[in-house]
Design a protein around this ligand. Structure first.
Ligand code: ZN
Length: 408
């Protein structure tokens, strides 16, 4: 597939930008960046999108996907996964270090994964490196190779090559992350409180998440380490994280969306870890999401082996790529809320983009339409100034980049 055409301007749409900017009669794009109307008088020959009555939002940032490459492209792979993502308005994904083979731990694993994304991905990307016992000395080199941060587990990950952190190894991982200056993302469930893996919410109770988050926040404070609590499922854990200046939080649509939205996106009844909680806790969490208590909403998109299904518990993981932005829009009907979450997600790992529509920022954006029945549709997606999705169809490739641009 050829590169998508360059976009010059979007006319007629409401621009959802957090700060007051004088955009004039159109949102302009110049050299892949957002430009003010009076700064880009030159005609660069790009496409002009006339989008009366629609909304321009910043491209969505999905902080949590598992694309399973290298090593398990028969499960999905970067190309297929990122196609789903970009069709749903996602212009940057953060890929987790597990489920690929090898897992992403060593510097060479980070380099290999970045090269795969640069060659195949339809969205910009960032890569986390694993923080696992026995291999914590590799964290520094992984960071130098371009990792955006690290990821570890407080409970079994399900993979022998990705053991969980406990006791001393958790402390060591936090000290390393603090010294390196990158954030450590953690799967927060206290395994000692598990009752069973077969009975959902009761088997991996609320208290196991709360206990793990409490441990993490205490140690993060002690060592001055920045942490990110992935896929939080309980309101209590979200409130605890909200009180810590070192910690950022994330949840996923399946933990808070209304039944109607879950059914629409095929996420009702999904078997995941941590499990989906009771209706009352989901309602409480929905209110927190609506009121901006979290830093990010991610998909935790996690396809399993071919022909496995994630509803019987045969494989634990949601097929969520490309669903999060629309689920948020349908649930809350607020493009401003979605734009706020995009901006806060961009700062979790310190991306080069602000995640906002602002002059001089990377032109990653979405044109979305609210239909008469109140449901939303992603119409166009622009990545780095190139039109990748047009009228809800992929028409070309972007030139993608690692969302982390650091110079050492
Ligand atoms: Zn995950």
């Amino acid at each position: 597939m050829a590169l998508g055409p360059i976009v010059q301007a979007v006319r007629g749409a409401t621009i959802v930008a957090p700060r007051r900017t004088r955009w004039g009669d159109a949102l302009r794009v110049h050299d892949g960046l957002f430009a003010r109307w009076d700064q880009s008088e030159c005609n660069n020959g790009g496409v002009v999108l006339n989008r009366d009555g629609m909304f321009v939002l910043p491209g969505f940032i999905d902080l949590h996907v598992h694309f399973d490459e290298p090593g398990r492209t028969d499960w999905e792979g970067v190309e297929k996964g990122s196609l789903k993502s970009v069709l749903g308005g996602v212009t940057t994904v953060v890929d987790m270090p597990i489920d690929s083979d090898p897992p992403t731990i060593a510097a060479r694993d980070v380099t290999e994964k970045c090269e795969i994304f640069l060659a195949k991905s339809f969205s910009n990307f960032a890569v986390l490196a694993g923080a696992v016992p026995g291999r914590l000395a590799e964290m520094r080199e992984a960071a130098l190779a371009g990792a955006a941060g690290f990821k570890g587990f407080l409970c079994d990950s399900g993979w022998d090559d990705f053991p969980r952190l406990d006791g001393e190894s958790l402390q060591e991982a936090l000290v390393n992350a603090s010294r390196i200056g990158l954030r450590l993302a953690l799967h927060a469930e206290d395994q000692s409180q598990f009752v069973s893996d077969q009975i959902g919410d009761l088997g991996r109770p609320v208290s196991s998440e709360v206990s793990a988050v409490s441990t993490i926040l205490t140690l993060a404070g002690e060592f001055g380490a920045k942490v990110h609590l992935v896929h939080l499922s309980t309101p209590e854990a979200v409130r605890m994280v909200n009180n810590s200046p070192l910690a950022t939080s994330e949840t996923c649509p399946h933990y808070f969306s209304s039944d109607e939205v879950l059914v629409r996106f095929g996420l009702d009844g999904v078997v995941v870890s941590p499990p989906v909680r009771s209706a009352s806790l989901r309602n409480e969490l929905r209110e927190l999401v609506q009121n901006g208590w979290l830093d990010a909403v991610g998909s935790d998109h996690s396809p399993g082996p071919p022909n496995s299904d994630s509803f019987s518990g045969q494989w634990r993981g949601a097929q969520g790529a490309g669903k999060t932005m629309l689920a948020l829009l349908d649930e809350f009907d607020s493009p401003e809320l979605v734009a706020d979450y995009t901006a806060s997600a961009a700062s979790v790992y310190g991306f080069a983009t602000s995640g906002e529509i602002s002059v001089g920022g990377q032109a990653d954006f979405v044109v979305a339409e609210r239909s008469d029945n109140g449901l939303w549709r992603i119409v166009d997606v622009v990545v780095g100034g190139r039109l990748v999705v047009n009228d809800s169809t992929v028409i070309g490739r972007p030139v993608v980049r690692n969302a982390i641009s650091r110079t050492f």
